[in-house]
Write a protein that binds this ligand. Structure first.
Ligand code: GLU
Length: 511
């Protein structure tokens, strides 16, 4: 099995799924997984994309037994390092009369195409140079005339079997005699992919179905080279919710962007596996990587397009977050707070990336409790700072003006609850020094209840409004210690204690 990306951009969900399916099969069958970098498009390929591809694949939990970074018996594994191999095989094909030199210029070809169009013929190569005398052609090449090398396509339809699409047949006319080496000397994708897959002993070619129409050319090449044709499996296109081909327009599509959003690799891997594959019998959707390795089969991959469902990915991510150790989640969550507080920290980070801001152990510990408080309510870790907004930003004026809070403020008991609660907090010594415990808080709230007769939401909504600025939010038991501890820490943004909040609220209300 192999994954053969072109390093021309970021790894996207489509390619990542291809990589995953190859990997699952390789691991299931104890096969060999090869990573090959297809960088013959020199203008668009960049080394940094290769590094990123490797990082993204590793982040997804994939590995390979042979590749540019790990070596292997059939290397090199980067196509730009294999040009002599391609040259040698092209000369062999020429020598055996299975390929021929073509001296047509770009201009000639364009004119041919235009003529074909006006005569309502398919714009395929006319085969003009096929009939040139081979010795004469060789002479012209030796004399320095620019020439491409074309494969001679046999005069019969080309058939192959695809594990996903079944038997496929292309008429030889559609294929025409493809160029395998350009006049610049650069070999083309359809040719090098065959040389590499054959020499690297690939038994299964699993890739996106955008390559289905390339496959007849490749099959013809295997035949010309006298090499066995591998098994093919072309995976369906991935569509966005609007049933258009998934693209940047649909938002996040690169693996890096999902990682940045705080999607866990096991959730993304699980989701990618379900794009076009379903296990036999049943509607199970949550799989560990080991279970996927065991259950996966190409026979159960569907040829119809898969629709990328963000909600399902988020659902799987919530599950993965719940399953993950809290230490891991705490560690992954920290950079999101750092980034959110970035403006305030940029001054003193000394140019260090904000992501790894050197927090003190006490602050790290405090952020962990913030994460544990808020993580049950998020789909992705990057939503945490937003959920934590009320911890860092307290605005009593805004809370009083918010349309959401209007109803709470009109209840008959609200004024009394606010008044009693305010007095109690302002008179409490522990609350005034940022040392209020959840037990003491509960005690004070119970006193307010007894004194005002308010209970349930009539009691809790106004109190929550004072403390958080909103009538709904996390449980006080967990929240109070976070506010109190936060107020005692040195953070780029001061966290108001419960006492400070009550004070600010009273002041805003008095205005
Ligand atoms: N380099 C090709 C691509 O990224 C790979 C095609 C193949 O797997 O054969 O589309």
């Amino acid at each position: 099995m192999r994954f053969a990306p072109s390093p021309t951009g970021h790894l996207h969900v489509g390619n990542a799924r291809t990589a995953l399916f190859n990997w699952l099969l390789a691991r299931q069958k104890s096969g060999v997984m090869v990573l090959r970098i297809e960088d013959t498009d020199l203008e668009r390929s960049q080394a940094r994309f290769e590094d990123q591809l490797i990082d993204d694949l590793r982040w997804l939990g994939l590995d390979w037994d042979e590749g540019p970074d790990v070596g292997g018996p059939y290397g090199p594994y980067r196509q730009s390092d294999r040009l002599p191999v391609y040259r040698e095989q092209a000369e062999r094909l020429l020598g055996e009369g299975k390929a021929y030199l073509c001296f047509c210029t770009e201009d000639d070809l364009r004119k041919d195409r235009e003529r074909a169009m006006t005569e309502h013929r398919p714009p395929i190569y006319s085969g003009k140079c096929r009939t040139l005398d081979r010795a004469e052609a060789e002479g012209r090449r030796k004399a320095g005339e620019a020439s491409a090398i074309r494969l001679e396509i046999p005069e019969h339809p080309i058939r192959f079997h695809d594990i996903v699409h079944g038997d496929v047949e292309f008429s030889n006319e559609v294929v025409s005699d493809p160029i395998i080496v350009r006049s610049s000397g650069m070999p083309v994708y359809n040719y090098v992919v065959v040389i590499d897959d054959a020499l690297m002993k690939i038994t299964h070619v699993i890739r996106g179905d955008d390559h289905l129409s390339n496959t007849p050319k490749q099959v013809a090449l295997y035949e010309a080279l006298g090499w066995p044709v591998p098994e093919f499996a072309h995976l369906s296109t991935i569509l966005g919710a609007d049933r258009e081909r998934l693209s940047k327009r649909h938002g996040a599509t690169s693996i890096a962007s999902f990682r940045d959003m705080g999607v866990l690799p096991e959730a993304l891997g699980n989701y990618l596996a379900l794009l076009g594959w379903a296990p036999s019998g049943g509607t199970r959707e949550i799989f560990s990587r080991e279970e996927l390795v065991k259950e996966f089969s190409l026979e159960r991959v569907t040829p119809s397009p898969a629709v990328f469902d963000m909600e399902k990915l988020y659902w799987l991510n919530r599950h993965s977050i719940k399953q993950a150790s809290s230490e891991r989640i705490d560690r992954l969550a920290l950079p999101y707070y750092s980034r959110a507080l970035g403006d305030d920290m940029a001054k003193d980070s000394g140019g260090r990336p904000i992501d790894d801001y050197p927090w003190s152990p006490e602050v790290v510990h405090w952020f962990s409790s913030v994460t544990r408080l808020l993580v049950p309510s998020v789909d992705r870790l990057d939503q945490l700072p937003d959920r934590a907004f009320f911890i860092f930003h307290y605005d009593a004026q805004a809370a009083l003006a918010a349309p959401d809070n209007r109803e709470t403020l009109t209840w008959p008991n609200t004024d009394a609850v606010i008044a009693r609660f305010t007095v109690k907090i302002l008179e409490d010594e522990s609350a005034q020094s940022g040392q209020l415990t959840p037990e003491r808080f509960k005690q004070l709230v119970n006193e307010v209840k007894a004194e005002t007769g308010a209970k349930g939401k009539e009691l809790f909504h106004p109190i929550r409004l004072i403390v958080t600025g909103s009538h709904s939010g996390p449980e006080f038991d967990k929240l109070i210690p976070i506010l109190e501890e936060g107020s005692r820490l040195t953070l780029p943004k001061h966290v108001l204690s419960t006492g400070e909040r009550v004070q600010a609220f009273a002041k805003a209300r008095a205005k």
